[in-house]
Design a protein around this ligand. Structure first.
Ligand SMILES: O=C[C@H](O)[C@H](O)[C@H](O)COP(=O)(O)O
Length: 229
């Protein structure tokens, strides 16, 4: 199976976790896109009664075009289940997200959900986080100074671009990617980044996900945080 087929597999599997009447958080990215297509079919065929909150304008549009009800997060009390993708997941269920620049809304939706489920192909499972550049969402005002601080800290920053322009997130911020190679102490790094003025959010998702569905060449593996012991 190629990577796309694995993404389809986990997307279809994840949709089985959605039950009629649920409030569902929809993630972002290419794996989630396939999941939302699959959910759209279920909602139509089974006339499911679900309400969704989206982690990006793009996913919201896709879902609405498929006839799925999407409401603003502020009109929703408590999300039952959020299904999202990830860029890297370590063995202790820490993750990097934001490859599609949606990390801020994704973290807000995830932390307002009773359960968080990630869907990935096996290439995303790693021993240690950090090979994937860590996205940091920053306020545009004065961001070049923050960029210089990251350089001095040895974090090898690059601005995320959209063609010739600086990429803007759904909240109109910039993304600076940190090319760290390996992250030895994710909690310490998360605290350090959160304490820097101008940083809105970072892509380290620590202690957030409950369940991971991994697409492998031998089929689907479902991993639970509880199994970590
Ligand atoms: O900002 C984007 C999100 O964090 C995505 O969920 C993540 O980048 C994974 O995306 P994909 O399924 O396209 O690899």
């Amino acid at each position: 199976m190629d990577q796309n087929e694995l993404k389809q597999l986990v997307g279809d599997e994840a949709v089985k976790h959605i039950k009629d009447g649920m409030i569902v958080g929809l993630g972002s990215g290419s794996t989630v896109k396939l999941m939302v297509d699959s959910l759209g079919k279920r909602v139509k065929n089974e006339q499911m009664n679900i309400v969704c909150a989206s982690t990006s304008k793009r996913t919201a549009k896709q879902a609405q075009d498929l006839g799925i009800i999407v409401k603003p997060l502020d009109e929703i009390d408590q999300i039952d289940l959020t299904i999202d993708g990830a860029d890297e997941i370590s063995k202790d269920f820490d993750g990097i997200k934001g490859g599609g620049a949606a990390l801020l809304w994704e973290k807000i939706v995830a932390t307002n959900s009773k359960k968080d489920l990630w869907i990935v192909d096996e290439s995303k499972m790693v021993d240690k986080l950090g090979k994937f550049p860590l996205p940091v969402e920053v306020i545009p005002f004065g961001s070049s100074h923050l960029f210089e601080r990251f350089e001095k800290m040895g974090y090898k920053p690059t601005y995320r671009m959209n063609g010739d322009s600086m990429l803007r997130t759904d909240s109109d911020n910039y993304i600076i990617d940190l090319h760290l190679g390996e992250i030895d102490q994710p909690n310490e790094l998360a605290d350090q980044l959160s304490n820097m003025t101008g940083v809105v959010e970072h892509g380290l998702f620590l202690n957030i996900v409950n369940t991971v569905i991994v697409g492998t060449q031998h089929g689907i593996k479902t991993l639970s945080r509880e199994d970590l012991g």
